[in-house]
Design a protein around this ligand. Structure first.
Ligand SMILES: C[S@@+](CC[C@H](N)C(=O)[O-])C[C@H]1O[C@@H](n2cnc3c(N)ncnc32)[C@H](O)[C@@H]1O
Length: 225
């Protein structure tokens, strides 16, 4: 029975918004450079013909590091990051002041976004999906606000097979981070969706995107509208 439970680890949801001040600070100060670089590599691989001129929307941008990196790589873009957490966005705003990049704006709002939220040629999202109690809000939002032919890249954690495997991943990648961040990471792994679950979500929303495991802890979804 124990063996059976280990193979089919159920998802344990976590709160959607990261509103705690200490939680947001630990997240903003953590080193996600490896995962963030992987996100940009995946974008370059999936959309090698991207010209670098687009309206770019980052869903659940948090402190915005990925969006700032994206804007630096593609200075012809106009970028908006949205997040429901004021605490997370305050770190992003501080970072924006530091680098003085006027091509990036941040806005506090929650998914699902309405259809009149504009049309976006690039839609990015990293580590948002596992926060959503109802994952449909991400796919509905993308379907509503994507311009025809929009490039979409969503990366997230992938739920491991067991709590023991989740603990091993936390130890491997965040042993030197503050305890609050390690605890959050573990909860996020247990809340994450698996490739088969995300593939089913995509089919349910008629989204013809690829979904693949891209590391020992991440999956990615990419495609064109
Ligand atoms: C793990 S962080 C990821 C931040 C950023 N994308 C990154 O890669 O560093 C997830 C973010 O999604 C935000 N979030 C969760 N649910 C949301 C919702 N329904 N609407 C808007 N933001 C949401 C949280 O507040 C948090 O800042």
């Amino acid at each position: 029975m124990g063996f059976f439970l280990e193979i089919f680890l159920e998802r344990t949801p976590e709160p959607e918004l990261m509103e705690g001040l200490a939680q947001a600070q630990a997240y903003a100060e953590a080193d996600f450079s490896q995962a963030n670089a992987q996100f940009l590599r995946l974008f370059a691989m999936a959309f090698s013909d991207f010209t670098g001129h687009a309206r770019v929307l980052d869903l659940g941008c948090g402190p915005g590091q990925i969006l700032f990196d994206f804007a630096q790589k593609f200075p012809g873009c106009t970028c908006l990051g949205i997040d429901g957490s004021a605490a997370m966005l305050s770190h992003g705003r501080a970072m924006a002041k530091g680098i003085n990049d006027s091509s990036v704006s941040l806005q506090q709002c929650c998914l699902p976004l309405p259809s009149n939220f504009g049309r976006w040629q690039v839609i990015l999202s990293n580590s948002l999906l596992h926060h959503l109690a109802e994952p449909a809000v991400l796919w509905q939002t993308i379907s509503r606000v994507a311009a025809p032919g929009a490039l979409v890249l969503v990366m997230d954690l992938c739920r491991p097979d067991s709590e023991r495997a989740a603990a091993a991943i936390v130890k491997k990648y965040s042993a030197t981070e503050p305890q609050i961040l390690q605890d959050d990471f573990c909860c996020s792994l247990l809340a994450a969706y698996r490739v088969d679950e995300v593939t089913a979500q995509l089919h349910a929303h008629n989204l013809d995107f690829q979904c693949r495991e891209v590391s020992d802890r991440h999956l990615a979804v990419w495609g064109r509208m």
